[in-house]
Design a binder for this molecule. Sequence first.
Ligand SMILES: *[C@@H]1O[C@H](CO)[C@@H](O)[C@H](O)[C@H]1NC(C)=O
Ligand SMILES: *[C@@H]1O[C@H](CO)[C@@H](O)[C@H](O)[C@H]1NC(C)=O
Ligand SMILES: *[C@@H]1O[C@H](CO)[C@@H](O)[C@H](O)[C@H]1NC(C)=O
Ligand SMILES: *[C@@H]1O[C@H](CO)[C@@H](O)[C@H](O)[C@H]1NC(C)=O
Length: 544
Amino acid sequence: MAWLFLKVLLVGVSFLSCLYPLVDFCFRGEARAQRPNFVIILADDMGWGDLGANWAEAKDTANLDQMAAEGMRFVDFHAAASTCSPSRAALLTGRLGLRNGVTHNFAVTSVGGLPLNETTVAEVLQQAGYVTGMIGKWHLGHHSSYHPNFRGFDYYFGIPYSHDMGCTDSPGLDLPPCPACPRGERPSRSPDRDCYTDMALPLYENLRILEQPVDLGGLAHRYAEKATQFIQRASASGRPFLLYVGLAHMHVPLARTPRAADPYAAGLREMDRLVGQIRDAADRTAKGNTLLWFTGDNGPWAQKCELAGSVGPFTGSWQVPQGGSPAKQTTWEGGHRVPAVAYWPGRIPGNVTSAALLSVLDIFPTVVALAGARLPPGRHFDGLDASEVLFGGSQTGHRALFHPNSGAAGEYGALQAVRLERYKAFYVTGGARACDGSVGPARYHEPPLIFNLEEDVAEAVPLDPGSAEYQGVLPRVSEALAGILHDIAGDNVSRADYTQDPAAAPCCDPHQPACRCHSASRTVLPRAGASGNETASAHPPSFY
Ligand SMILES: *[C@@H]1O[C@H](CO)[C@@H](O)[C@H](O)[C@H]1NC(C)=O
Ligand SMILES: *[C@@H]1O[C@H](CO)[C@@H](O)[C@H](O)[C@H]1NC(C)=O
Ligand SMILES: *[C@@H]1O[C@H](CO)[C@@H](O)[C@H](O)[C@H]1NC(C)=O
Ligand SMILES: *[C@@H]1O[C@H](CO)[C@@H](O)[C@H](O)[C@H]1NC(C)=O
């Protein structure tokens, strides 16, 4: 009934969308009907070496391997940061943290999020007439107008941040193991700083908390169901769609799979099945007209020991004797080189491995270009339109990429490593907390350490600063770094509000310990403008 009404509404909306000046396709009826759908799937803490197609030792990703065989696999593809929030902010804005303001993670009690005058890819596509949905982990602010429904998504189903940022009744496998949500009395903060036990993890559908704590064991199944529904309904509406899926996998806690000898591998297989189900849903309803792009937000969380993924050959060997891990939170290859597969039967050639230097930053400009929309004005972007690479005509990606500090060493967001062609220069190194508890201290390198990744993917032995090779590349690295810093200085940059207030924690029934509720009718209404005077791009959500 409601759906029927919405369908009528959608016809109106898609007609109206032709009034938006940004839509190039309106008056070209034929082209407009051909606008592609997009499914972007972001894995969490997945290692480059977890993808079977990348690494022979990995054997748990049959669906992804098949997508790689039928599509394009990128072997030099990078996250734009090596922790959750900055990596996701960069995906949705096409801009590095120094521009979009998101340089480290948001907390359960954060009042802010991705700055409201940053424009998300979902906002651009929504304006261009797309049906937009987000399923899964958001982690770009949940309070007030930072909620996904106010950042361009017509539909949202998922958890507001990482699933270890709140207790659940069946906590799953984590290191250290966290206790279940308290019952019966007000909880107190766990003495273990790695366990979040004072507020239960909520599950949202749009602005409503459906349940708190969420049942993590059933999440993959519900994500598959909701993604399938979204794809079917969006296709039935006659409008193109954008679906962004932020998976809970492979972040801890991992599901307790009965009889699983290797819980990480079991989790990987569950994730791979979920990806396969989403691909099947897209193939059933919109095959040949849907670009599915799978990648990851950062490398494995080494601190979690056997519950962390594999970096493959990117072992960051120079860092290891200094202490700490060269994976998630660091600028070593293991921290931000991520698995990536693009699948679009009939458009993207099959069984192709691309070594083009590309980034999660490229998703925004590529998707916007393929949708026939325009990039938002008044700002610069770090990503590029990778269509030529996707469609097989080009092997050329970025000449340079810049990797920000995401927590391992020094100032958040600062560009500490420069990738230039086959070289990688470190101005600062550091190691995140490792499985053995060690942390590698920040070390500043002037002149920088430079590795030749073509000969040394393990980043084991830096070039001799006296060598002709080093002397040849150093001025080009310095010039590239100076160039982007100059560009950022002249750009419109945003600042995220990292203020924390206990009242910002989502809570569907304040009278219950840990805010318990089941199928609650509690709507957590955003308070517009609660975060000061940013230019609000938020408009009331129109649920599809
Ligand atoms: C994919 O390509 C590789 C080598 O380029 C080849 O050995 C393999 O048979 C191909 N697989 C398929 C399914 O075409
Ligand atoms: C920054 O924003 C102002 C005002 O909207 C605009 O005039 C200017 O061109 C923008 N700067 C850049 C670098 O786009
Ligand atoms: C966001 O707003 C701030 C404060 O008004 C401004 O300095 C900045 O340039 C804006 N960012 C963009 C991308 O326009
Ligand atoms: C921001 O808010 C403050 C106080 O509420 C006000 O004085 C100021 O003019 C506002 N700035 C903008 C750009 O709206």
